[in-house]
Structure formats: structure tokens, C-alpha cells
Design a protein around this ligand. Structure first.
Ligand code: ATP
Length: 460
């Protein structure tokens, strides 16, 4: 993939908007802060990312099963998980310009990443901000409120009359849907521990400082895999999932130089081991995904709060225990941003022309091929090719403008192959197949092209 790191967030946002990848949410009403809509190209890419993940972590994973749990859950779930009391961020308001900030983010930015606020208490963070005279990044003044904790869960209410409303929450993570279904999945699949439950779905967080395009939004999708195992084997599986998470990224086309592990300095009270994989985003190294050894905390808490036993009975030795959980969690949108930024290149060609190209893994690209008639009078033959290929692959069709311009348009959305129908097609039934990355061309018949594309677009 591209070594060239000419990519900036501005360039990505602009390409995404102009090429139908991602649009600002509710744009015609002036937008709605930090919401984004995926366009015709973006929805295909994101679906392909989710498919690749599901293939790797469910389809090809022995003893892993999928669920699709409800977004709205009984609010006791969030009491049990600890979210109602402790899913908070340390917020500070600037008394001058009224902007709101996270104390930890202020410290990280001020120290240029040298101080890690994760290991600090609220009092220590306040002291640091005072001592180092950390000013408001919006107005430059130094006039802060103290730190107050702010719960990130979105509340809503459920009830058919105004008087009779129950407070419920939009889920802030998908993981609880896997935990509450642990016994349902185990019973119906007859799975034996160790086994996994995976889910892809929306999560919502009232983030204090969202931003950086789709890196941190208030509504996003998570891809989570929980591995239920016996205490004593947990660390071994933790190491395994660290590697699986890394390998998945490498297989998607990431360069290892743009990825690194980062152990958590301050472990959550229930966690035994935890780390992130960070990616070198355009704004710097930031979390892409997390891997956590969550011990038996989640299932024990659900047992306590629901009154239902979460005990697993081992059919071989009849031992009874609450399994440990190793969690792997990655945001689909955050991964999409990483994929886009890794793939982006402004390439100077011989002769000095510059082309923008997305070197996407073909499995991720929205269109696997584009069919282009060399001239408009070849459109009937080209449309036939398009119709046949569309039964098997997402295939684009474009007859507008010079062939060079059409190649560039496909390069910009990462279409790996352009199939040009020309006059030779009428004679021998072959088309020119142009490779996005090398720009080399070969000729293939329809059957050959189908075989070729099938092989190239697979995610293995
Ligand atoms: P961060 O420290 O960036 O807030 P986190 O540690 O709270 O993230 P987790 O709760 O572990 O994140 O969530 C798992 C994954 O979900 C993250 O690694 C990230 O990929 C994604 N994610 C979390 N919050 C957001 C968000 N607000 N917008 C987009 N993706 C997110």
C-alpha cells in the first residue's frame, strides 16, 4: 500500500464528499455536528469491511457465532455493566468562551503525548492543568471550571403515555448484547467453552469532543468479538486475539509501520490485561481497536443483577464456572477512516501528471470492476458486459468523458480493474483489463475476466 503520506484529513473529507463516499449528515439543514452519511460508494466499502471482518471472525473462526441484539436494552443491563455510574469522561468548561473539553485530551495535546492522563485521577489532572497553565484551545484564555464527570450515554424514554415513561438508553457499546445472550447461544449451538460471540452494530456516545471526521462520532458502528474461556487459559487467548486483530489489519493491506500495540497504563477495575492497536492516522497515532481480558466480571455482574445463573457446566468433567471473556472491539467507521487514509496516494506519473488513487484491497473496493466503452457507439456491447458482470460483482459503468478521465474517476474510488470495450472486442470478444495500481493492461475474454476477478477480489 501507499508509502506516500501526503494524505491529510482535509483531503480525505473532500475526496469522500466529491466521490460519494461520505457526506456531512443532514447537510441541507446546515448539518448536524459529527454525524456523517455514507454515500453510494461509501456504503459499499463499509459493507465490504464488515463482510471481511465477519468472514475472518465468524465464518472462518472455529466455534464463533454471530448475534444481532437490540439496540435498546433493559436499563438494568447498564446498571450491571457499570455504565450508568461510571461511563463518564472528565469534562471542563472554558468560562470565557463556553466551549467544552475533556481534561485528559487537553493534557495529551499540551504535553504532545508525553504525559499519559489515563493514569491520572481527576484531582491530578486539574493540578496538571493549573500548574502547566493549559489554556483553552478555542479562545486561548485560562479560565476553567473544575472537572465534572459527564455520562456519555444517550438517554431516551419508553412509554405510551406522557406520565408513564421509563428511562432507557441507546446502547453505548454492542458488547452487552453478546454477554446477555451467552447462555442462549451456548444452548442453541451446543458450543463448548471456549467459544466466541460476535456482533456488528450501532453504538451511541454523547462524546464531549467528537471530531476528526469519522474517527470519533456520536453514532458509530462497532465490530466486537467476545471469547468465553476458562480461567487460566485467558492470557493465552488474550495473546492470540492480539495477533488475530493485527493479522486482520495486515491482510486488509495495512503497512506494519503504520500500526503499533499500546498497552493500557491504567487498567479498568475488571480488566486483567488490555491494549489497543493504534494506527498512524493523518492527525497522529490513535486507537484503532482494543483487546481486553475482562475476566469473569461481565457474566458475574449479569448473574448478580438478573438473578439468572451464568454458570457454565463443563460436559467432560462436570466442573462449574463462570467463563472469562477476552474482548476484541473495533469501530467499523474508524477502520473505514484508517483504510481510506492508508490507501490514499497522490501519485506523480511520468510526464508530471498527478493522479489521486485509493490503493484499496479489492475486497474492500466499492466496485470490483468498471466497464468502459472506448467510444459511445460501443455502449451496447459494454452494457452487455456490465449486465453479465453485475450478476457476480458490484460493477460500475461509465461512458462519459475521455477514457483517461474515466480511469482517473475509478482510481479515485479505488476500483481495482477497468475493463475497456474497444474495437477488438467486436472481433475476438476480449476487453482491455487495466490494473489500478500498476496501470498495466492485458486482454481477457468474459470467462477469463470472471475467473480473474473472482480470484482477485476474495479476502483471505
Ligand atoms: P476512545 O479511547 O477512542 O474513546 P474507547 O477506548 O472508549 O475509545 P472502546 O470503548 O474500547 O473505545 O470501543 C471500541 C472501539 O470502538 C474503539 O477502538 C473504536 O474503534 C470504536 N469507537 C469508540 N468510540 C468511538 C466513537 N465515538 N466514534 C467512532 N468509533 C468509536
Amino acid at each position: 500500500m501507499a508509502e506516500n503520506k501526503t494524505v491529510t484529513m482535509e483531503k480525505l473529507v473532500s475526496l469522500c464528499k466529491s466521490r460519494g463516499i461520505i457526506f456531512p449528515g443532514s447537510e441541507i439543514y446546515g448539518g448536524m455536528g459529527n454525524t456523517w452519511d455514507y454515500g453510494p460508494v461509501g456504503v459499499e466499502m463499509k459493507n465490504n469491511i464488515k463482510r471481511a471482518w465477519w468472514k475472518r471472525f465468524v465464518q472462518e473462526s472455529e466455534n464463533s457465532f454471530g448475534v444481532d441484539a437490540a439496540i435498546l436494552m433493559n436499563s438494568r443491563v447498564w446498571d450491571a455493566s457499570g455504565h450508568t455510574t461510571s461511563f463518564t469522561d472528565p469534562k471542563m468548561d472554558c468560562k470565557e468562551c463556553k466551549s467544552r473539553h475533556r481534561a485528559d485530551t487537553l493534557i495529551e495535546a499540551h504535553s504532545k503525548g508525553k504525559v499519559n492522563p489515563d493514569a491520572m485521577t481527576n484531582e491530578e489532572m486539574e493540578a496538571y492543568i493549573q500548574e502547566h497553565h493549559v489554556c483553552c484551545p478555542v479562545c486561548g484564555k485560562f479560565n476553567w471550571t473544575g472537572i465534572r464527570t459527564f455520562n456519555l450515554m444517550f438517554e431516551t424514554s419508553r412509554g405510551v403515555t406522557d406520565e408513564n415513561q421509563n428511562k432507557i438508553y441507546l446502547r453505548p457499546e454492542t458488547a452487552q448484547g453478546e454477554f446477555v445472550n451467552f447462555l442462549n447461544v451456548q444452548r442453541t449451538t451446543r458450543a463448548k467453552v471456549p467459544f466466541g460471540i460476535a456482533q456488528i452494530g450501532k453504538a451511541f456516545r454523547n462524546e464531549i469532543t467528537p471530531g476528526n471526521f469519522i474517527f470519533r462520532t456520536i453514532e458509530f458502528e462497532q465490530m466486537e468479538h467476545q471469547w468465553f474461556c476458562k480461567q487460566g487459559t485467558d492470557s493465552e487467548y488474550y495473546a492470540l486475539f492480539k495477533k488475530k486483530a493485527w493479522d486482520f489489519l495486515i491482510d486488509l493491506g495495512f503497512s506494519p509501520e503504520h500500526l503499533r500495540y499500546k498497552d493500557h497504563d491504567k487498567l479498568a477495575h475488571y480488566a486483567k490485561e488490555a491494549c489497543d492497536i493504534q494506527y498512524l492516522f493523518p492527525m497522529g497515532w490513535s486507537e484503532l481497536n482494543g483487546i481486553h481480558n475482562r475476566t469473569d466480571y461481565d457474566l458475574s455482574r449479569h448473574q448478580e443483577y438478573s438473578g439468572k445463573s451464568m454458570t457454565y457446566i463443563d460436559p467432560v468433567d462436570n466442573s462449574r464456572y463462570i467463563p472469562y471473556v477476552v474482548e476484541y472491539s473495533i469501530g467499523a467507521d474508524r477502520l473505514m477512516l484508517a483504510v481510506l487514509s492508508e490507501a490514499y496516494e497522490e501519485q506523480t506519473l511520468e510526464g508530471g501528471d498527478v493522479r489521486t488513487v485509493l490503493h484499496l484491497h479489492p475486497a474492500v473496493a466499492a466496485y470490483k470492476a468498471a466497464v468502459l466503452p472506448l467510444q459511445k457507439n460501443l455502449a451496447p456491447q459494454a452494457k452487455e458486459w456490465h449486465a453479465k458482470l453485475s450478476k457476480l460483482f458490484m460493477t460500475a459503468y461509465d461512458e462519459a468523458g475521455s477514457i483517461g478521465k474515466r480511469y482517473r474517476r475509478q482510481d479515485e474510488i479505488g476500483t481495482p480493474y477497468c475493463l475497456t470495450v474497444d474495437f477488438q472486442t467486436l472481433e475476438d470478444g476480449t476487453v482491455t483489463v487495466r490494473d489500478r495500481d500498476s496501470m498495466e493492461q492485458t486482454r481477457l475474454t468474459l470467462e477469463e475476466a470472471i475467473r480473474f476477478l473472482t480470484e482477485k477480489v476474495a479476502f483471505n
